[in-house]
Design a protein. Structure first.
Length: 88
């Protein structure tokens, strides 16, 4: 019986069943887009960072993708505690 060679890998191996498949930011982005609909000029959403299901960077990226797809123009800002989002 021939000896089977194990390839040398640069990266770790994981079982596919342990890989998360959901997109944590999807629900929050959907809610942000919904809440933006009712904003008046000069208003913004003030979203606590502590309650976000994903990082601020990932939420901003997901929001950017969703707004481009929906042909909406929004702007964001953040400080240590909040993510601010408004229609631009």
């Amino acid at each position: 019986m021939p000896n089977k060679r194990v390839p040398i890998r640069k990266f770790k191996v994981a079982e596919r069943s342990t890989v998360p498949t959901g997109r944590n930011g999807k629900d929050i982005v959907t809610q942000i887009l919904s809440d933006l609909e009712g904003l008046e000029s000069g208003q913004c959403l003030k979203i606590p960072l502590e309650g976000l299901p994903d990082s601020k960077v990932n939420i901003r990226s997901a929001l950017n993708r969703a707004t481009h797809k929906a042909s909406k123009s929004v702007a964001t800002a953040a400080d240590d505690e909040y993510l601010y989002v408004w229609n631009s």
